[in-house]
Design a protein around this ligand. Sequence first.
Ligand code: IMP
Ligand code: MG
Length: 170
Amino acid sequence: MKVLLSQEQIQARIAELGKEISRDFAGTEPHLVGVLKGAYAFLGDLARQIDLPITMDFIAVSSYGAATKSSGEVRLTKDLDQGLEGRHLIVVEDIVDTGLTLNYLVNVLNARGPRTLKVATLLSKPSRRLVDVPVDYVGFSIDDHFVVGYGMDFNEKYRNMPDIKIYGGE
Ligand code: IMP
Ligand code: MG
């Protein structure tokens, strides 16, 4: 499989994002919410590049079948452990594709009363977007490829690859 983003490129970009977030959230304690399972690697590395007292929590979602795909309705398979009232929330995603999952999540999380809500995603595929969901921190915008590695899977495999590769080939 062809490497799209090497581990060096990924780590360098995450260091930049961490600095940006540290500046933007100076004086606060941002609460990072990672979307399992894909965002586990990004959240782990990003959190270590943020020079602020952060807290973190995780949520897991699974999309319903193809029939409801256009509604973007997703099922929470693991909810947060902690409430969001008054927090400075940063939702951490691996990749925003159509935007349906993130749009749903942002609505669900906003209803829980965070003081602010921002979104950080490692990857974005803007050409695939079906709903206009604001993303505040983007690692890389990529073309319409199916990618694996660095948390992202195909049938649950490849999440542990340190590079991001275009799925397919040998
Ligand atoms: P969306 O609802 O279409 O934006 O899809 C978002 C979710 O689909 C992401 O959080 C990923 O879990 C998954 N996904 C989208 N594109 C890819 C990809 O290229 N590789 C692996 N997973 C992907
Ligand atoms: Mg995801």
